[in-house]
Design a protein around this ligand. Sequence first.
Ligand SMILES: O=P(O)(O)O[C@@H]1[C@@H](OP(=O)(O)O)[C@H](OP(=O)(O)O)[C@H](O)[C@H](OP(=O)(O)O)[C@H]1OP(=O)(O)O
Ligand SMILES: Nc1ncnc2c1ncn2[C@@H]1O[C@H](COP(=O)(O)OP(=O)(O)O)[C@@H](O)[C@H]1O
Length: 278
Amino acid sequence: MDTPPLPLGTQPLSNQVGGHAFGRGKTKLGMLEKDGVVLKPLQTPPRGERELNFYKEAFSCEQKWALDLRPLLPTFQGEWHTDQHPDVTYCALENITQRFRFPCILDAKVGAMTSDPLATPEKIRREKAKCRWKAKTGFSLIGLKVFNPTNSEWKTVNSHYLRHIDESEILSQGLNIFFNRNHANFNPRIVEIFIEKIKRIQLWFEEQRKFAFYSSSILFVYDAAILLNSADAAADCSQFADARMIDFAHVFPSGERDENYITGLEGLVQYFRKVIDL
Ligand SMILES: O=P(O)(O)O[C@@H]1[C@@H](OP(=O)(O)O)[C@H](OP(=O)(O)O)[C@H](O)[C@H](OP(=O)(O)O)[C@H]1OP(=O)(O)O
Ligand SMILES: Nc1ncnc2c1ncn2[C@@H]1O[C@H](COP(=O)(O)OP(=O)(O)O)[C@@H](O)[C@H]1O
């Protein structure tokens, strides 16, 4: 399939670290941005509709589960369409990286089980083969982008590299790079803020019995500006970090505690603590 034209006023999402990218993959459709808003094209049925309906319900329902969930997600800004490919629907989402000067981004997929209950045996096999250690840790690393304050260079690490690292390299090849752990101004408070965010997500999961989440991620973002300036480092660090749940193409109705997701959250907290305790 040829790459479709870029809709007027849009560009491929500049700070994308994982997932379907514009111009690549089977459909060539991928994440776009327009005026600071992320545009996520609906994936092939039924995944795309599933994600759109999840956002619609989460942002319209007035029950407690939805009111509590909303702050943990990017704000859903409705559907978006373009005349240039009228058959494609996009979810318009708040861009979590937008407000940061040097956004360092980590996409961590939560849960050892990343295939949903409708997955074919072949898809289950492919998902299991993607990352050997996720069965132990409960999470996998999909992609990261980090600003090095020493040489002002950006580094990106993609999912194909991260899925081949060994469990013993999760810190050295993944988390320590993301957090600039070896930089003189490394700021443990950023890691602590992320642990607090994970705990808030966990609280929601401890209460809800409505959904089971497969192959969903948490997007962690902090501003490397905090490593450049000691005045910033002394300031309220919470302004320099954010984390939200993303990717709901495989959210299914449930009725039970989501052990798969909760175990993944616990694994993430354990590994984030290791970054501080080194
Ligand atoms: O390998 P596949 O064929 O299962 O492709 C994956 C996609 O499945 P699909 O073919 O669209 O059903 C898959 O999409 P879903 O999460 O299954 O909707 C992901 O995009 C996956 O990337 P990653 O593991 O999250 O980095 C995709 O993996 P890569 O393309 O990164 O290998
Ligand atoms: N709301 C958002 N704000 C900023 N970046 C985002 C947002 N949602 C997704 N991204 C970026 O796009 C990537 C892919 O998003 P995702 O929803 O996981 O797509 P896919 O379903 O194709 O895997 C993420 O790794 C992240 O870099």
